[in-house]
Design a protein around this ligand. Structure first.
Ligand code: UDP
Length: 320
């Protein structure tokens, strides 16, 4: 297959590129290197075509899509910190950029794999979160919900075009983590806490640390993405791609301290101190994974302890 991966130099994107190359596909990567890094593509670089550019460049997107059979759209402004600090550019990238990609797929008959997010569900209290469940969001004055809204617009666009013949699948990622997570960028909690533990700094846990996430190892995230893209039974559907193991941030921090043999202590920090006034967090986030299992035969099986150990191993070989 001829594939285009937008955001292919990013953390998840680059792992996807590695797998596509391994599987023998032609791969073109489009990335503006805003949060991605060429070093992520180190292993794959000689087997792919890399194009530095933005998904906001409609002509470029269109020309690259014209020669693709499948487009993996992963390019996006991501990370809660990023969204809160740069709401305008995040919204533009995540709506106009995605629209360029989706409409190019429509024009050229390429299949679309749209990478979406569990943030879509917002702060719903219904657990586990199933793909067709209601979304529960806060006010538009809270920047965080702009990310959820922008990604929901992308999903709506893809679903609406699907009614007119676009071949597409949507995946909603649940807290992916693994090698290449970048704490200097807008890194997730796993990246931040790992770095802090290895530097013997206090591990900053926001709020009381009882909020939960289901952390999903990146190899599983990529496997689910590939199945949704290539398995025809997944066509037209939305899939949660996530692990079932619900973990509090306090427990995650404790596990990271233990695995790194760090001398760090855990320091609880208020949301306001980290994100400013009026921030809202998601208290629990648990995927209903039945559709991915039933339709795609997919389970995100890597236990958190194993995934953290593998991430730590990568960290030690690249950062020291
Ligand atoms: N978090 C934390 N310390 C950090 C970064 C994040 O306690 O250094 C918390 C954050 O407030 C949230 C959870 O960890 O409750 C997951 O945060 P992340 O930004 O990784 O992902 P998301 O909120 O999008 O699930």
């Amino acid at each position: 297959m001829r594939t285009l991966v937008t955001g292919g130099a990013g953390y998840i994107g680059s792992h996807l590129v590695d797998r596509l190359v391994e599987l023998g596909h032609d791969v073109v990567v489009l990335d503006d290197l805003s949060t991605g890094h060429l070093t992520n593509l180190g292993q794959a670089m000689s087997n792919i075509r890399f194009v530095e550019g933005t998904i906001l460049d409609a002509k470029l997107v269109d020309s690259l899509t014209s020669t693709a059979d499948v487009v993996f759209h992963l390019a996006a402004a991501v990370g809660v910190g990023h969204i809160v600090e740069k709401p305008l550019s995040s919204l533009i990238t995540n709506t106009k950029g995605a629209e360029n990609v989706i409409e190019s797929c429509v024009r050229h008959g390429a299949k679309l794999l749209l990478a979406s997010t569990s943030e879509i569900y917002g702060k719903t209290a219904t657990m586990p979160m199933a793909e067709d469940d209601d979304r529960v969001l806060g006010s538009t004055t809270i920047a965080r919900w702009g990310y959820s809204t922008a990604k929901a617009i992308d999903e709506h666009l893809a679903l609406a075009y699907a009614q007119q013949g676009l071949r597409m699948s949507i995946v909603r990622y649940f807290n992916s983590y693994g090698p290449r997570l970048d704490p200097r960028g807008y890194g997730s909690v796993v990246a931040n806490l790992l770095r802090q533990a290895l530097d013997n700094e206090p591990l900053t846990v926001h709020g009381d640390g009882t909020q939960t996430r289901c952390f999903t190892f990146v190899n599983d995230t990529v496997e689910g993405t590939l199945r949704a893209a290539f398995d025809e039974r997944g066509e037209g559907l939305v899939f949660n791609i996530g692990n079932n193991q619900e973990t509090t941030i306090n427990d995650l921090a404790g596990m990271i301290v233990a695995k790194t043999s760090s001398e760090s202590r855990i320091q609880h920090v208020s949301y306001e101190a980290r994100y400013g006034k009026g921030f809202e967090d998601t208290k629990r986030r648990v995927p209903d994974t039945r559709r991915a299992t039933d339709v795609l035969g997919f389970t995100a099986a890597t236990p958190l302890e194993d995934g953290i150990a593998r991430t730590l191993q990568w960290w030690r070989t690249t950062h020291r």
